[in-house]
Design a protein around this ligand. Structure first.
Ligand code: CDP
Ligand code: MG
Length: 132
């Protein structure tokens, strides 16, 4: 069994897509083993998005990700890391196929509803970061 870290972003909460997204994760056969609502701050985001902290659009990410609550989850199942990424669709909403979460619901580069760890190694780091 593999674990990954999933986070529903503030737009998912505001647009009332939390149930829809969780439903897709459950229907695919994954288990949600932990879940909590959180408010993120800039310091934590600089750590979580360290690979983007120097980009000109980073302030926009901080603005967005602190605009409301997020829902963090530990999701478990076969091939959970890659499998959740497939359910999400690619980062760029214009490349995300219908049927994926971003392909069906996102129309913006920053506000794209969901985070999922990109490797098994990062999943464990992120689970520790958000769940201790
Ligand atoms: O979320 P994902 O792993 O697919 O992509 P990332 O490259 O790790 O970027 C993290 C998040 O930063 C994205 O999901 C977007 O919300 C945001 N981002 C952005 O606003 N503009 C970009 N050019 C790239 C990423
Ligand atoms: Mg990423």
């Amino acid at each position: 069994m593999e674990r990954t870290y999933v986070m529903l972003k503030p737009d998912a909460v505001k647009r009332k897509l939390v149930g829809e997204i969780i439903s897709r994760i459950e229907k695919k056969g994954y288990n949600i083993v932990e879940m909590k609502t959180m408010y993120l701050n800039e310091e934590l985001l600089k750590e979580h998005y360290a690979h983007l902290a120097d980009k000109p659009f980073f302030p926009e990410i901080v603005q967005f990700m602190t605009s409301g609550p997020v829902i963090g989850m530990i999701v478990e199942g076969n091939d959970a890391v890659a499998g959740i990424r497939r359910l999400m669709g690619p980062t760029n909403w214009q490349e995300a196929s219908p049927g994926t979460i971003r392909g069906d619901f996102a129309n913006n580069m920053t506000e794209n509803l969901i985070h999922g760890s990109d490797s098994v190694e990062n999943a464990e780091i992120e689970i520790k970061r958000f769940f201790g």
